[in-house]
Design a protein around this ligand. Structure first.
Ligand code: BES
Ligand code: MN
Ligand code: ZN
Length: 498
């Protein structure tokens, strides 16, 4: 893990990252180094010689004179104030190209504390390497930066420490989420997921920071009637689990209590509705929601958030065997609703239903948020970089959407049209697990809504596309697990109101 600090010291013998933007009209380049004064005329001339465009995701490296290496990162069109997310991405793109160096200073046009935080986060998030499963090719991998400095005159404000601390926590726990997603299913089972999270809770300080972990075993789930988790997991020799992490603020009364529930399918073959081989490997990412809610809860404890969090991760492996759930089998969700499993590949909603009911059992919540790589329809509707938000409470949803402007994560509100609900009716059970194919993301949302108490504010985040990057790396996003939803969950846990 790299350290992140804010500084305004002299940048010498180091790597210096600065921004470059495109002036409107002529399209000429402009140096954007924020609080650091530079001779930009000479730099622009060099950039022109190199054919630089200044577009986002363009990173150009040249040997420095006063500094060791000068790195230009594209910001796109010139603006008097750049959006925080533009800065976050530009810092991330640069960081991705700096592997092999030990430290770097980022001087970008960040004028507010939130903008400085965005640069710090972008640098930390882009600075990621997953090499745990390499053997002979491991030594060829360039190590990420060890020290990140953000150049800013805000260093003297009391906020600077808090900003870099927040960025360090966001970086660390995003990396943990990505590591869990990238870990192959041969090494990440429901049981080992629980072990890794328990380890992370212990490393964060455990009870001393207000965290508690408990795990329900296969036997306990069976005897207590968690038919969703058991039904999905019964085709696998790796038995299912229900993991719970609770965070209670220390020394103060919690301002709010939220439950987070994350889909934790450690591998989704589709079960007896077997998925095609092409692309099935991406289904190791089907536990992204679970990883995000667990990591967010630990991060919130370390940030001393004022909100109590109860996080639930229903974990199972959706496999094929003679024990696997058959299409037409009927299962009973925790609490008693019966479900006809018409398609064993619509398994996420089954494990979530159990966990959602359990999460509400004590009746002391102010809100509940589930996070899931739930439907292919989400990817069709919004693509691979925008996640969906569905809700039963517009106020809660708009509060969340406001906070995504701070986290920089792309979410878009989607409806839950009541007329689609009847398509989930079953001729034999209380409900079927699939309905109308068109609008499949919304149908899945309507299924989950059946397990939410009427008055309880609820958000359903479908992150199927954005959770896992199968394309090229971009901005602060590497190939593989992205860690999406973590930053927005952290923001909502930190925000005192609503
Ligand atoms: N895990 C998948 C959804 C998914 C698809 C996530 C693509 C990430 C990328 C989920 O369990 C699934 O298989 N959903 C089915 C539901 C259908 C059978 C109603 C789907 O979307 O095809
Ligand atoms: Mn599935
Ligand atoms: Zn799935």
């Amino acid at each position: 893990m790299s350290s992140i600090k804010i500084s305004d010291g002299i940048v010498k013998d180091d790597v210096l990252v600065i921004g470059v933007s495109i002036k409107s009209g002529k399209g000429s380049l402009q140096i954007e180094s924020g609080d650091l004064a530079l001779d930009s005329k000479a730099l622009v001339a060099t950039l022109n010689d190199l054919g630089a465009t200044g577009k986002a995701d363009e990173v150009i490296r040249i040997p420095g004179t006063a500094t060791r290496l000068l790195v230009f990162t594209g910001l796109g069109k010139s603006q008097s104030v750049f959006p925080d997310e533009t800065l976050r991405r530009a810092a991330g793109a640069a960081a991705r190209h700096l592997a092999g160096n030990s430290s770097a200073t980022f001087a970008l046009p960040a004028t507010t504390p939130l903008a400085v935080k965005a640069v710090a986060e972008g640098a930390g998030l882009g600075n990621y390497l997953f090499d745990q499963f390499r053997g002979s090719t491991k030594s060829a991998q360039k190590s990420p930066l060890k020290h990140i400095s953000i150049y800013s005159s805000l260093v003297h404000g009391a906020e600077a420490k808090a900003l870099s601390h927040h960025a360090e926590i966001v970086t660390k726990y995003t990396h943990i989420v990505r590591d869990l997603i990238n870990t192959p299913p041969s090494h990440l089972t429901p049981e080992s997921f629980c072990a890794m999270i328990s380890e992370a809770v212990k490393a964060a300080g455990g009870a001393a920071v207000g965290l508690k972990v408990s795990v329900m075993t296969h036997t306990q789930l069976k005897s207590k009637g968690y038919g969703g988790i058991i039904g999905v997991g019964q085709g696998s020799s790796n038995p299912p689990r229900l993991l719970n992490i609770s965070y209670t603020p220390k020394g103060v009364k919690a301002e709010k209590k939220y439950a987070f529930v994350g889909k934790g399918i450690t591998f989704d073959t589709g079960g007896l509705a077997l998925k095609p081989a092409l692309g099935m490997e991406a289904m190791k990412s089907d536990m992204s929601g679970a990883a995000a809610v667990c990591a967010a809860t630990i991060a919130l404890a370390l940030l001393k958030a004022p909100t109590a969090i109860d996080a639930w991760a229903p974990l199972a492996e959706n496999m094929v065997s003679d024990q696997a759930t058959r299409p037409s089998d009927v299962i009973t969700i925790y609490g008693g609703k019966t479900i006809e499993v018409l398609n064993p590949d619509a398994e996420g909603r089954l494990v979530l239903a159990d966990a959602l009911v359990k999460a509400q059992e004590d009746g002391d919540l102010d809100g509940i948020i589930d996070v899931a790589t739930l439907t292919g329809a989400q990817v069709v509707a919004l693509g691979t970089r925008t996640s969906a938000v569905m809700t039963n409470n517009e106020e809660f949803s708009s509060h969340f959407m406001d906070l995504t402007k701070i986290s920089g994560e792309a979410f878009w509100p989607m409806p839950l049209p009541i007329e689609l609900r009847a398509s989930l009716d079953s001729p034999v059970a209380d409900m079927a697990n699939i309905g109308e194919r068109m609008g499949g993301m919304l149908v899945a949302g309507l299924f989950l809504k059946e397990f939410i108490a009427n008055e309880l504010p609820w958000l359903h985040l479908d992150i199927a596309g954005p959770a896992y990057n199968e394309g090229e790396p971009h901005g602060y996003t590497p190939v593989g697990g992205t860690g999406v939803a973590l930053r927005s969950l952290i923001e909502i846990g930190l925000a005192a109101k609503s």
